[in-house]
Every structure is written in C-alpha cells, then in structure tokens.
Design a protein around this ligand. Sequence first.
Ligand SMILES: Cc1ncc(COP(=O)(O)O)c(C=O)c1O
Length: 452
Amino acid sequence: MPNAAVRGRSSRETLSRRDQAVIWHPFTHTSLEGPPQGIVRAKGSWLIGEDGRQYLDAVSSWWVNLHGHCEPRIAAALAEQAHTLEHCIFAGFTHEPAVRLAELLLSLTPENQERVFFSDNGSTAVEVALKMAIQWESLQKTRPAPAEKRRTILRFTSSYHGDTFGAMSVSERDTFTAPFEDYLFEVRAVPAPTAENRETVFSQFDELCAREAPLAFLFEPLVQGAGGMLMHDAEALNTLLAIARERGVLRIADEVMTGFGRTGSHFATLQTEEDPDILCLSKGLTAGFLPLGATTCSREIYEAFDQPDRGKFFFHGHSYAGNPLACAVGVASAELLVTDQCQRQIQEISRAHERAATHLRSVPGLKNVRHTGTILAVDIDNGQDAYYLNTIRDTLYEFFLSRGLLLRPLGSTAYIIPPYCTTQGELELCYSAFEDAGRKFGCGSNIYPSVA
Ligand SMILES: Cc1ncc(COP(=O)(O)O)c(C=O)c1O
C-alpha cells in the first residue's frame, strides 16, 4: 500500500508542504520551527527560494561551502567525472581522482602527514581517527609502555566532533548526547586555554597526561565550532601539543570545520609548530558539492598497520570510500583554494572581520566579539546564562531570515563563516544585522532589560 501521506499529492504543491508530509530533518523540531523554506537554486553566496526570496548563505550551509554555490569549474569537474567513472570499489582498486586528491591534501596539510584514508562525512572522519589510534596502540611492540594499556581520550570542554557514537563520546555531554549517555565511552575533558586560564590549563593538562597516560588528545584547533565558536590562540594550543608529544599522547586534530582556509591558513594546525599525528577532514573538502571525509596520518601511524599479518590491517571501510565523483570535486576545490584569487578573498574577509569586530565591540547588547580568519562571532547579551537553549536563539534566527540572511545562531551566539566569494557589501549586511540584533534584543533593549 502506498503511503497515505504521499498518495494524491501533486508536484504543483509547494516544496515546503510536500516536504512536511514525508521528510524528517536533521536537528529540527518541526512543530516548534514551522515548515522549511523550499530552495530551488543557488548562485554565489545566495540561496534562491521557491517563493523568489533570496538568502545570503553566511554560514556556508553548515560550513561546507567554500567557493560559492554551483561554482562552475567544480560543477564542470563533477559532470566530466560522472561521464567517466562514477564509482568503483575502493578495496583492491584505485583511480585518478582519489590519488590526485590524496596528493593534493598531503601537499597542503602539516608536513608529517603521509597517508589519506577516505570515508564519507565529518563524523566518520573522526570515527576513523579514533579507531586508528586505538588499534595503533594495540599494535605497539616497542613503545615505552605505561604500567597499564593507554585507553583514556582527552578532549576540550564544549567539544563537538559529530553524531555517531564514537564522535558523540568525545563531544561535550549535553542536551544533544543526553539520550545516548549510557552507551557512550568515558573520556576526560580539559578547558580550552584562554588568556585567563592558560597557565592552570597547561598544568592540569600535564598532570592528567602524567597520571592517566592517555591514548590520545582529540581537539578542534583554534576554533571550537558547534560549542559556540569559542576561540583559542595557536601559541597556547602549541604548548598543549608539545606536552602531549612529550607524554607519548597521540594528537588528533579535528579540522572538519577549521580546514580549507577558514582560520586564515589552509589548515589551523599549520599555525602551530607541533604537527598532529592524525587529522580529520570533511565539509570544505568538497566545497559543499558532495559528502566526503578524509583522515590523514603520519608515517609512524601508517607503518604500524603495514604488517604481513592478515589480522593486523585496519578494520574499517565504507561502501562509498574514495567515491570518484566526490574526489574529483575535492580536487577541483583544492585547486581553486590555492589560487591567488581565493587566498586574496580569504585575506580580505579576515581583514573585514577585524575592522567590523572593532566597531561591534562598542555596540550595546553584544559581548565576546571575536574572530579568527574568516570566522566572526558575537554573543547577544540577553542576561541569560544558558548557551544552546538560550530562548533568544529562535528570535535571532527569524530576525536574520527576515532580512534575507541565513545566519543560524548557536543559542545566543551569532556568527559568520561565509563562502570565500562573499563580497564586502554582503558582509556588511551581516555586520549591521549583528549590530541591530544587539541593540534590539541585548541587555538595555526593551525586550531584555539589563540584569546588572
Ligand atoms: C569539528 C567537527 N567535527 C565533526 C563534525 C561532524 O561532521 P558531519 O556533520 O559531517 O558528520 C562537525 C560538524 O559540524 C564538526 O564541526
């Protein structure tokens, strides 16, 4: 029997209405949020709705888009690959797009990265990294072993590494993970270093490494995205990475969000002297065209698996691993990323953020104005301590949408992480929306009187 909700529906009905009958959206509470906006096409930094409304995609559609929507050179690479080789099993076979993409990634990532393992999204890139680290430990024969096997994983507080079980286990325990709590493995959290706490964090981190002999430290370098666009500096991160190295703790950088220019350099970990042992990539890897994940690692990690024992290979693989279409898109995107034009766009966005931040710091109702590379964030100071469940979130989201801006706040945190083709004029639309939001909804406004 066909589903009653689908029977009799006409494709002339709006997308939004047809969607409501059949689709379950991610991170969406439909009865609280109302119907989704139907989008029919996109160009540059803009999404175009079925009702003709346009939205500036200032969050790069969940941080994936790099060069603008439907970028013609990437679209052409995808079309050509689709007519050549759309997919082939990635065990025992290989192809040009995967090899070329791996070569490009290793030429751009920190120097010690020597191998690329493909999966299909950010969470799986993290799962692969965790499994690599855990299995690597069990393959060690010569490593100076602590009294007990290394098991503990360290993470930053407010971390977010994805929605699969391993990735949830190493993420902050909050509303998002609460229903699954009993099924997650234990990890230890340390605060990310700030100007105020850095010395304490360094000694806490060192003590933890000495006492518990952790297996790995998994971290979002420089910017913790979903945790609220929290930023720390490269020097402090470098100190933690040096301690981890000295204590024999593997360093796993999750650059799923920060990778591909977001923090100003190709990768955030290029700003630290210490290199990570393992690196997780996705999102910008395919510039928003297709799902793809990659986990890269150092020679030391890879060589431990390179044994003639059939029971010792890496126990992981996905059906779509190394998909040629996704890899071809990744190659086209990486080739665009390194052009002078794209690097200039990244620098111009970073400079515009810097100027805007200076002004926004003086706006009443805004606090914690911060920026790293192409990412700028502000907190709307409405007197509530709550972060993600701050009641201002939905008000802000609607306020920005009403101005044609797709700025999806994280609780009371509004942020911009734009495609690199976004113009200065388009950025100005966002800055002035932040200013108006501070004045309208922040402390001192009519809606949220000051709680001082
Ligand atoms: C740092 C980080 N790691 C992992 C993920 C998970 O990526 P995905 O949503 O592709 O599974 C995200 C997603 O936002 C992320 O920001």
